[in-house]
Design a protein around this ligand. Sequence first.
Ligand SMILES: Cc1cc2nc3c(=O)[nH]c(=O)nc-3n(C[C@H](O)[C@H](O)[C@H](O)COP(=O)(O)O)c2cc1C
Length: 408
Amino acid sequence: MNEVYEKTALTRKSVACLSGYLDWNSQPRIFKHYPSFLFGYNYGEKEQLHIIELARMITSSQMIGSKPYHRLNTPSAGNLHPIELYVQIRAIKGIISGIYHVDASENKLVLIQEIEADGLEKSLGLTHKLEGMIFLISTVPYRSQWKYGDRAIRYCYQDVGHQIGAIEASATIHKVQTTILSDFDAKHLNQWMGFKDEESICAVMSIGSENTKEVKELSKPLIYVAPTDYSESNLFIANALAKEGVLKSRLPLLEYEINEEAILKRRSCRAFNASCLEKEDFDSMIALLSKPLSFMQCYSIVLKDDVLEKGIYLNGERIKTIENADAIVNLLVGQSFLKNATIIAVMCSKSFSADKLMLCANFAHALYLQAQSKELAFTGIGAFYDEKLKEYLGTQEHILYVGALGKQ
Ligand SMILES: Cc1cc2nc3c(=O)[nH]c(=O)nc-3n(C[C@H](O)[C@H](O)[C@H](O)COP(=O)(O)O)c2cc1C
């Protein structure tokens, strides 16, 4: 059993201990802001930057009590968003080459540092200038740890995976391809990014190609800006991140339905309609779920009899019958709105790692967007009793992601 998995597994006892009173006034800030004297481009100002804006933006805002409540194009366990996005831009006509912070809350790309002969390429294991964009996704664990304790490490990687999925989706719409960069020393890169202990890079993706000109290391690290207003260190999370916190694998080619409207409208479902999906929608979602990533198995728990008989399905075969949704809802920490879902998808793998959590969440992002394109309802589910859910499925594998699909 993987140590991180074991330590972050939910049990009835750990849920009971965690579910005390949470003072939302003590929530750490979820958006990082670089100083306002820095130059920046507002969203919508430059067509060339639309690909970045579509990858990370606020898509819903309201006030809850006296506090603003923003939701983004990316989902996040508890809406805590323990990640940040940066982009190095080089040789894009009409845009100053430099390293930018994507400040979604201000609808702005903030230029942290200009580049010319230098750049982040050297710290990323590249020797020549990359003409195009380099996306760097960091995690700020405290935003999630504040509520979820050690289990936050899983949600951090899952949020990074969703952000990867959102960049992929925007790249697909803009008809360009991304490449994962992984041959670098994360500790060294974090230093050049100007981070202290509260933030670290988990994934890097590029769009474009290297030219023939050699590149120099940055002359100095980027300025330091605290990503939250306050923070508490957590050695377990810090050690896990230091040990294996960076996406190493290439992304699989996912074929799913997507359009810009779906990106802008994507929401997590809060209440499923009690009826079953129409057959055509059911079949297309099951088709996507049945082609999971090479390292994982995806169990589809069908809760309604209309298209397929109720039961647990694996690779198109029913491996277990079920009476009703009660048992699975119970295992999903009693989240009763899930009883009206049509399918609960449980992604499992023999091994548990940061890499696999990010890849599964990237896959789940495709599920969110395909569901939204068809005006169906989907939500990620981070709260489940790990061991009991494994027993229910009859597997020894680790559970990497759970999602629920149904009708709006
Ligand atoms: C990894 C992950 C786990 C989640 N777990 C739950 C959950 O257990 N229950 C739930 O109702 N929503 C869950 N959500 C949905 C979030 O609450 C939702 O993304 C967040 O409130 C923002 O809303 P939005 O997705 O509509 O933008 C999860 C989302 C993610 C990405």
